[in-house]
Write a protein that binds this ligand. Structure first.
Ligand code: ADP
Ligand code: MG
Length: 238
């Protein structure tokens, strides 16, 4: 049974169909990278998986459970945004702890998880600071900490490194790859950076205008593009 399955998933905003029937299945431990031009529907697709946007048609399942009508908090999914979305008035520790408090996780257990995650992300020394006192890279680590601490079945990342400078992007890319391996996590990750896609992905999905053009391993997509759009977009040799 695939870990995450999208079955003919569609999204309409008013009369405009922005996702036109997406079929994707990934396995436990897959790192799926979604790429495609701006406006092709990548964020909308992630939001539907997370439950932040409603699904107009089709089904999203985790294992064999259809999650279309589940509240976001009940989906066992954590999302990391480009904009971090940290609570400015809470400390780093409180930001990471908040989701656990909402789930009534007892304090000793919360403290244990915060310690574990902050040491994994090397942010232990930042726990009492406010987000405003952090660099962009540190904020992104905190945002990842908030997702990690929940131990979700699936992580969603929407262009998490886009606001970072080039050097830090490469460092964080390495870190995300290491976390994926260490946690055997299942990840869906949006980027507009083809190198990032090729280095991180176990599978790449190339989208255009709300339609899936190709789903395959990085090598398949790069060496054996399904059409000229994929070839051009991925910079495949001709
Ligand atoms: P991407 O993340 O690939 O850049 P998006 O998923 O953000 O693309 O957007 C896909 C399309 O849906 C775009 O044309 C965008 O303008 C449109 N769209 C996204 N959100 C809304 C919304 N809330 N209402 C109307 N149209 C939207
Ligand atoms: Mg987007």
């Amino acid at each position: 049974m695939a870990s995450l399955t999208l079955n003919n998933v569609k999204k309409r905003f008013g009369h405009v169909e922005v996702l036109k029937g997406i079929d994707i299945a990934i396995d436990d431990g897959d790192f799926l990278v979604l790429v495609g031009p701006s406006g092709c529907g990548k964020s909308t697709l992630l939001n539907m998986i997370a439950g932040l946007d409603s699904i107009s048609d089709g089904e999203v399942s985790i294992g064999d459970v259809v999650i279309n009508d589940l509240h976001p908090a009940d989906r066992d999914i954590a999302m990391v945004f480009q904009s971090y979305a940290l609570y400015p008035n809470m400390t780093v520790g409180q930001n990471i702890s908040f989701g656990l408090e909402m789930r009534n996780v007892p304090k000793p257990e919360r403290d244990r998880k915060i310690n574990e995650v902050s040491s994994m992300l090397q942010i232990e020394h930042l726990l009492s600071r406010k987000p405003g006192q952090l660099s962009g890279g540190q904020r992104q680590r905190v945002a990842m900490g908030r997702a990690l601490v929940r131990d979700p079945k699936i992580f969603l990342f929407d262009e998490p490194l886009s606001n970072l400078d080039a050097k830090l992007r490469v460092d964080m890319r390495t870190e995300i790859k290491r976390l994926h391996q260490r946690l055997s996590a299942t990840i869906v990750y949006v980027t507009h950076d083809q190198i990032e896609a090729m280095t991180l992905a176990t599978k790449i999905a190339v989208m255009k205008d709300g339609e899936l053009q190709q789903l395959g391993s990085p090598a398949e997509v790069y060496d054996n593009p399904a059409n000229t759009f994929v070839a051009t977009f991925m910079g495949s040799p001709s």
